[in-house]
Ligand binder design. Structure first.
Ligand SMILES: [Zn+2]
Length: 334
């Protein structure tokens, strides 16, 4: 079979990514996962759900599809940053923007685009995208974890997305890996998200600074890299300070990686995946994250799994949502 390079009949899709901080639209050859064009804008939270749909349709316009390309678009895929009812094409909740609850986004988009619309929550969509086009190609059993402002995930079993009975399978961020640990946004304590998501890593660094950690003569602290403003410390500053030799930052990174490795070991003992794929902003740290996470996994995993699960970085760190949306179309084989 030839790889599609453009507007072959019925080979293209629109990929739409409704994220917490940005909207993105792309034109994708869904067979190969080739992203032909894309457009992005910031999410305008104050305009509500309707405003976001209008912004997204403008992004689609800005892709300037030729009549031949439009004719080749078989469907649109949607990656949405919050829980959705995928079968009904309905948004259940958005953590960032008001007016989404119960909104039939699938039907609305279908009316404007005159194409079938397939949707999933973002972590599930990206898991499918990595399976079809990225770091999970040819691996029918895998777990995808996104580590960014929160921790989410998607599970592929037997080459299919495993949604669970309430569409909540793979919500790995709220596994209580340290019972009694720090308070999580969900109200429970010790969730993986409260220990190792970007804001949790920043919080741990602030706690270490308050306790008098860091500040060697040779290495800048996360605080210095954040311009001296403790509130501005982000996970990225902590990783960078650790790389440059700050001991307190290195300890924070090590502790977060330990918790991630433990969480992945818990998951692996249930799912037995061949591969675990890490994406999201924090995963951009690459080997600095992967090496200690693999070591922690090896310590905590059941002995018969410890050396047999590959933990790797996602292939599409910035375009994951768009490729995930395209994978929904590919999966449906329109
Ligand atoms: Zn939680």
């Amino acid at each position: 079979m030839q790889e599609s390079s453009g507007a072959n009949a019925g080979e293209l899709c629109l990929a739409l990514d409704f994220g917490g901080t940005k909207l993105a639209a792309g034109l994708v050859a869904w067979r190969s996962g080739q992203l032909l064009r894309q457009a992005r804008c910031a999410t305008s939270c104050d305009r509500g759900a309707r405003g976001q749909i209008a912004d997204m349709l403008e992004l689609v316009q800005s892709l300037r599809l030729s009549p031949a390309e439009w004719a080749a678009v078989t469907a649109a895929g949607v990656s949405f940053g919050g829980p959705v009812d995928a079968e009904a094409g309905m948004v259940l909740q958005s953590h960032h923007v008001v007016g989404w609850e119960g909104l039939p986004l699938g039907a609305e988009l279908q009316r404007h685009l005159r194409r079938p619309v397939l949707m999933e929550n973002d972590a599930n969509a990206v898991a499918l995208g990595e399976y079809r086009y990225g770091a999970g190609r040819g691996v029918p059993d895998l777990v995808y974890l996104t580590i960014s402002t929160g921790i989410g995930g998607g599970i592929i079993l037997g080459g299919r997305l495993w949604r669970g009975s309430h569409g909540l399978a793979g919500e790995v961020g709220h596994m209580a890996v340290r019972p009694g640990g720090p308070l999580c946004t969900c109200g429970n304590r010790g969730c993986l998200e409260a220990l190792a998501a970007g804001p949790a890593i920043a919080r741990r660094a602030r706690e270490a600074l308050a306790a008098g950690g860091g500040g060697s003569r040779t290495a800048p602290t996360a605080l210095a890299l954040a311009g001296g403003d403790a509130a501005a410390i982000a996970a990225e500053h902590v990783f960078r300070a650790a790389r440059q030799g700050d001991a307190a930052a290195a300890q924070v990174v090590a502790a977060a990686c330990e918790d991630l490795g433990l969480g992945i070991a818990m998951l692996a003992s249930i799912v037995d995946p061949a591969r675990v794929i890490l994406g999201g902003g924090v995963a951009k740290a690459g080997e600095q994250l992967l090496v200690p996470v693999r070591a922690a996994f090896a310590r905590h995993a059941p002995p018969n799994l410890a050396g047999r699960v590959a933990i790797v970085q996602a292939a599409a760190l910035d375009e994951g949502g768009l490729l995930g949306a395209a994978a929904l179309v590919a999966q449906a084989k329109p």
